[in-house]
Each structure stands twice: as C-alpha cells, then as structure tokens.
Design a protein around this ligand. Structure first.
Ligand SMILES: Nc1ncnc2c1ncn2[C@@H]1O[C@H](COP(=O)(O)OP(=O)(O)O)[C@@H](O)[C@H]1O
Ligand SMILES: Cc1cn([C@H]2C[C@H](O)[C@@H](COP(=O)(O)OP(=O)(O)O)O2)c(=O)[nH]c1=O
Length: 198
C-alpha cells in the first residue's frame, strides 16, 4: 500500500511522518520522502538554492521521482510493504503548476502527462491543511523555507482542488490540531485502510 503525505511548507508533514514511523512500527512501514530519497535529491537542492529556471527545477523534481520509484517505492511495494512518503507526485502538480505559470500554456496538464506513463498512483493521500499565515509563522520560527505566502496560498488552492476531484484517495487532515492528535488520526486511518486490504 502506498501512502503519501502532502501539504504546503510548514503544514507539519515531516513531524507527522516521523511520528508514523514510531506509531506504526509493528506494521514495519518503509518511510521515505521527495525530494531526497536518492542522490538525485542533491541536484534538486542545488536547483532550489540557485532559484534560476523553473523548467530545469521541475525536471529535476521529476528525475528525483523516477529514481525514487525505481530504487525505493516499487521494490518495497513488490515486497508487500506499506510505503509512506513525505511528499510525492501531487507536490509537483500543486507547486510546479504555480512555478511554471507563464512558461507554457497548461503546466498542470503537461506535468500529469509526463508522470502518467511511469508513476505509481498512491492508494491513500493525506493532505495537511491549515491557514497559510499559520504555516508561515511556524516556518519563520523554526526553519528556513523557500516559498512566499502568495505561492503557498496558490499551492494550497491546487491541493484542495485535487482532493475534491479524488475524494476516494485524499483524506483531509486538520493541521491546526495538536501534533499528537494529527498523528493519532492519520495512524488510525492507515491501520483501517491497511486492514481493509488496500
Ligand atoms: N500540529 C502542530 N502544531 C504546532 N506546530 C507544529 C505541528 N506540527 C508541526 N509543527 C511545527 O511546525 C514546524 C514545521 O513542521 P514540519 O513538520 O517541518 O512541516 P513540513 O514538513 O510540512 O514543512 C516545525 O517546527 C514543527 O515542530
Ligand atoms: C517534491 C517537491 C517539492 N517541492 C518544494 C516544496 C518545498 O518548498 C521544497 C522542499 O521540499 P521539502 O524538503 O519537503 O520542504 P518542507 O519540509 O518545508 O515541506 O520543494 C516542489 O516544488 N515540487 C516537488 O515536486
């Protein structure tokens, strides 16, 4: 079963995924992430730091996804493992649809067409949702971050649109709850879905 965790920067994804490793230890999940599950992530970090060309950056994110699938996701799924990924293809559809605006007519359509022939669609996607101002406050307090509030707002609007279009795959998570409550909600839902044989 492939589970992904999505949401804007500062929505609590990394905290949640770390918590899931402990809370679901008996299910022996493979915990992974995009970008950075393979060496390609280093090229992505460099592209983000240099902040030059959005198409180059986007294609590096896609390359990171391809390597992630080949070296981590597919092998683990073939072994029957539960795979939990902190970000996955919906991050591209949500973020690059914004960063590629003005470079081509229909960035989201292009991104989806690039992924479809080789990606593995998640069984379950948790979308961590919170007011953009709350995410920005958390980020300012605790870590470096890359995106402006206006970008994060557009990204979150995209994510919510995806969730509405695929209600069977997406589960909305109230990211304003206490960390423990978020973890408990998501861990319970993963156990329920794993038990139903997804
Ligand atoms: N539910 C929560 N309530 C309050 N603060 C949180 C919560 N979850 C995470 N945080 C804090 O917010 C910051 C960003 O969280 P993080 O997990 O790194 O987000 P992301 O991976 O989505 O960017 C961290 O300092 C983290 O401790
Ligand atoms: C995976 C992915 C990430 N990103 C962005 C989101 C983040 O701003 C940045 C780094 O991702 P990440 O390290 O997950 O940041 P955070 O933990 O703060 O959410 O890259 C994309 O723009 N497209 C993608 O496909």
């Amino acid at each position: 079963m492939l589970v992904t965790v999505e949401g804007i920067d500062g929505s609590g994804k990394s905290t949640l995924v770390k918590g899931l490793a402990g809370a679901l230890a008996d299910l022996d999940p493979v915990i992974t992430r995009e970008p950075g599950a393979t060496w390609v992530g280093e090229a992505v970090r460099r592209a983000i730091a240099e902040n030059r060309d959005p198409i180059t950056e986007c294609l590096l994110f896609v390359a990171d996804h391809a390597a992630h699938l080949t070296h981590v996701v597919r092998p683990a799924l073939e072994e029957g493992k539960i795979v939990i990924s902190d970000r996955y293809s919906d991050s591209r559809y949500a973020y690059q649809a914004v960063t590629l605006q003005g470079t081509m007519p229909d960035p989201e359509g292009w991104l989806r067409a690039v992924h479809v022939p080789f990606t593995v669609v998640p069984d379950l996607t948790f979308l961590c949702v919170l007011p953009v101002e709350a995410a920005v406050t958390r980020l300012k307090e605790h870590k470096e971050h890359f995106e402006e509030a206006a970008v994060l707002d557009a990204v979150q609007t995209n994510y919510l649109r995806f969730a509405e279009a695929e209600p069977d795959r997406f589960v909305l998570v109230d990211a304003m709850l206490e960390k423990e409550a978020v973890l408990d909600f998501v861990a319970t839902e993963i156990r329920r879905q794993a038990g139903s044989g997804r």
